[in-house]
Every structure is written in structure tokens, then in C-alpha cells.
Design a protein around this ligand. Sequence first.
Ligand code: FEO
Length: 170
Amino acid sequence: MFSKQLLDAMNEQMKNEFLSAQLYLAMSGYFEAEDLPGIASWMRVQALEELTHGEKFFNFICEAGGRTDFRAIEAPQNDYDSPLDCFEYSLKHENFVTTGIHNLMDLARKDNNHATQIFLQWFVTEQVEEEAAFGLIVKKLQRIGDDGNGLLRFDEDLGQRVFVAPTAGA
Ligand code: FEO
């Protein structure tokens, strides 16, 4: 049911979701090294979420009769100039992921592939939330600036995030 072009793009997006997991885990390592355990934990939760995104693509490709095609994941960036630099990088990465999802939706529309359009709808909404979350953190870090105590309080705040496994179909 997938056209060759759509299946190739679905597999590429699956790769990018798993790449995102590795990138955010690498960022978690950066924050651990910077003695900011709360932000490190936030990034680990983000990495777990990305694994579920990759798995969603895997499951859908299989269920819809496509063939999964795993690709090499390039090494993520490990070091950053500052927490703000790291989150600015993350926001750009999420913009990249959003572009991929929108391009996939365009392809699915062109193919009249209704099931894939419905599957992708969840990701369209999810990307709005992801960009908003990363964008808000960038703004907060800009306001914190060189305020070390402010950064420590923010670290505690972000450390409150917990991973919530998605429910079936969500
Ligand atoms: Fe699944 Fe943050 O993109």
C-alpha cells in the first residue's frame, strides 16, 4: 500500500526518530558532566519519548504491509558551549523533524494514502508540542542568562519531568 517513495521516506523518518533518541541521550550526558542532574534527567525522558516515536513508525510500517529498512545513525553532537546553546541546537533539530513529518504528509496526500495520513496526524500535533516545549526552555534560559542560582532552580524544575509511556494507539 506504500508507494516506493513514501516507504523510503517513512523509513528515513523512523531513522530520524531513533537518531533523536541518541541525540537527546548524548545531551543528557553533557548535562550530567555539567552537574545539572535535573536537566540531564529531562533529556533522558525526552530520549525515551523519541524511542516510542521510532517504534510507532516501526509498528505502522509493519502493520501497513511495508518493509522496514534500518539505516546508519550518524554520531550526535556531544559537547555544547552552554545549556542555552544545547537547547537552541535541540530546537533546530525539532524544526528539522517537523519538516520531515510535513513532507511525509504531503507525500501521503499525493498518494491518496489515507491510513498513513491519519497515522501522521498524531505526529503533526506532537511536533507542535515539541517545538513549543523546546522553544519555551530556550526563552527561559535566555532570561536566566548568567544567573547561576536561577539555573540551579531551573535544573530542579526540569528534574520533575517523568516519562509517561504512551497508551495503545496514542
Ligand atoms: Fe519525535 Fe522530537 O521528534
